[in-house]
Design a protein around this ligand. Sequence first.
Ligand SMILES: [Zn+2]
Length: 435
Amino acid sequence: MLTDLSRVGATYTLSRVRLHGSLTPGLVAPADTDGFILADLAVANGRVASIATHDAAGTSAIDLAGRIVLPCFVDCHTHVDKGHIWPRKPNPDGSFMGALRANEVDRAGRWTAEDVARRMDFALRSAYAHGTKALRTHLDSVPPQETISWPVFETMRETWRGRIELQAVSLFGIEQVRDPVWFAALARRVAEAGGVLGMVTYMVPDLEELLDRVFSTAIRHGLDLDFHADETDDVAAISLKKIAEAAMWNGFDGNILVGHCCSLARQADRDVLDTLDKVAKAGIAVVSLPMCNLYLQDRRQDGTTPRWRGVTLLHEMKARGIPVCVASDNTRDPFYAYGDLDALEVFRMATRILHLDHPTGDWIRTVTATPAQAMQVEGAGTLSKGSPADFIVFRGRSWTELLSRPESDRIVVRDGKAIERSLPDYAELDDLMVT
Ligand SMILES: [Zn+2]
């Protein structure tokens, strides 16, 4: 029955699909306890022709018998320039410092345009096969890497247009903003490429001054911003708050996405509330990277067991109206030994690590509608009449069914057609992994 989808014509109706109420604006009907609505989804010429509550009298339709259908995923924080270097440059001890050092050495010695392009393409093929249609990657932009990786990104974005909407963000330590000539050139390069200005913030003594420079530069070039902030358990790390303050006093009206914010979960309640107020007021969206945080945070070298999960306060943020997302982050590199850019895996892990359940409510928006908004990707993250027919058909009919298995046999439909979704073979990269 499910295989019928590979042979459908330009016009067809999927009957008895489970669509989530929070992802189908316009479909107003009683939902089940998981928030799903039994519906009929009609496709014509690559677009959603109609979505209606299930009509038991429908006859010629393809009956999906209550299976869940989600819009294609949006993965708003990844590092496809680092991806898959693990075999040649593993993290020696699983620590954050170990990751930084290993990555630095690998980048300096190995990241030619060809190397970056091949690993990036491999990563994107996996993401596409898993059902992702928009993806934002950070690009290590420490000199001279920016001159290598940004042109690769521009080519890759064209190659992948229509399959994955690819966005890129610069990545370097904020102390590099102290070099005004380099920073001005970098910002120009990012603007030229239609990218997003990003960096890692730490509690350097001149953080406020540097953030001012970042915001004024972003305003001058009309750039959105995307930060890595406070990826540590150090309670003194409050750069998220500093970013929110800088956004307000600079009158910034672009989009800001901030990733990690781990230290927030370790701080005293009154400090947390003050920061969250400011983040909400500044209109900042936050992305949590649960798999990498679980891997790197509280990593101990003394043989003892980790005691915290590493993730930020997503529930408190959401309750305040702060847009919250979860995303892949690293894949098979020194920052995370695993991963395959499968947003379902991310959501499954996030559900366990962050307790996005009982009720699951509309948390599925964290890998669909909310990142689509944060990235400003049109026609992604929700399903409604007229939107592209880009969706994923799962076996599961409820959250417990969907989130208990890898759903490796999911069907990914793009522009109304089931795609061929075999994953690239690891062996393809073997020649790049010789040490
Ligand atoms: Zn990251």
